[in-house]
Design a binder for this molecule. Structure first.
Ligand code: ADP
Length: 290
């Protein structure tokens, strides 16, 4: 099982002719809603990759639909608590030219308490992975509890803050970040990806692929991107990370897991949307070979 401690959001996409200017009131042409949040997205990606996944998080009293949908997609939601206040949500304005602006209200994601962590890790088996990102609270506590239970900790340092990354790095066995985030971390610490004090660091590089650094590959193990026609890059990183963890959980080596994740990320950027369109493993095989 991959134990994902992370956020669950309701994403509301409003199609607008242009991004509203300060003071402007604008009617949206269309509204679509879906599940979002990095925790939910990465959990769905790992589940579509074929892994057993349990999500540890919190929704509001209005969040039963989110729990139901995640469960229908194969994510174990027994450790998703119901907290006071609204479910986390994002208000996303998408203009005709593709530009967007986003307001996120963390809501219940910031009301996560230690109880579900404790309950989840009591069931976890040593050696399994715990995946954490930056859109909830209790990241460091979750990582410490996971380690105490014998789990390996992966930290996806997004949305990036240097402060959180510096706090989490010593608690992580695997650090995953994109190139911009790696540059910010390097600026904050003065250390490159091979010297962050984490056993494995994976840097995703968009259309250039990804590079992994570990003891066997201190100079970096590069995996090329799969060439595709990108139409929407949202969710590529979350999809890559979910597949990477599913691959590692299955016992793949770093290079093989990164290669599989790169195929999933490539297929994802050919699609509009987020959690609902994250590809499953048979689609990866059908498009790019096993
Ligand atoms: P993030 O969304 O976190 O910024 P990236 O943009 O680096 O993450 O994308 C994650 C992974 O998805 C990349 O490492 C790559 O394997 C794949 N990917 C992203 N964009 C493309 C693209 N345009 N073509 C092919 N693969 C892509």
């Amino acid at each position: 099982t991959v134990w994902c401690l992370g956020s669950i959001n309701l994403d509301r996409f409003y199609r607008v002719p242009h991004i509203p200017a300060p003071g402007e009131t604008l009617a949206a042409r269309e509204l679509t809603t879906g599940i979002g949040g990095k925790g939910a997205n990465m959990s769905v990606a790992a589940a579509r990759a074929g892994a057993r996944v349990a999500l540890i998080g919190a929704v509001g009293a209005d969040g039963a639909w989110a729990r139901d949908r995640l469960a229908a997609w194969g994510v174990d939601t027994r450790f998703v608590a119901t907290a006071a206040g609204p479910t986390g949500h994002a208000i996303i304005a998408v203009a005709d030219d593709g530009e967007n602006t986003i307001i996120i209200h963390p809501g219940a994601n910031h009301r996560l308490e230690a109880g579900p962590l404790q309950a989840a890790f009591a069931e976890a088996r040593p050696g399994e992975w715990c995946l954490i990102q930056n859109e909830t609270v209790l990241q460091a506590e979750g990582a410490r509890r996971a380690r105490a239970a014998g789990l390996r900790v992966a930290y996806a340092a997004a949305p990036f803050t240097a402060e959180a990354a510096v706090e989490m790095a010593p608690l992580a066995d695997l650090l995953i970040l994109n190139r911009v985030e790696m540059d910010q971390l390097q600026a904050a610490t003065g250390r490159g990806p091979d010297a962050q004090g984490v056993a494995t660091v994976v840097v995703t590089e968009g259309a250039d692929g990804a590079t992994g650094y570990d003891a066997a590959h201190p100079g970096g193990l590069h995996v090329a991107a799969v060439p595709v026609e990108a139409v929407d890059t949202t969710g590529a990183g979350d999809t890559f990370t979910g597949y990477l963890l599913a691959g590692l959980e299955r016992g793949m080596g770093l290079g093989a897991a990164m290669g599989w994740a790169a195929k999933a990320g490539a297929l994802m950027v050919t699609r509009h949307g987020t959690a609902d369109v994250i590809p499953n493993f048979s689609e990866i095989d059908a498009n790019f070979g096993a």
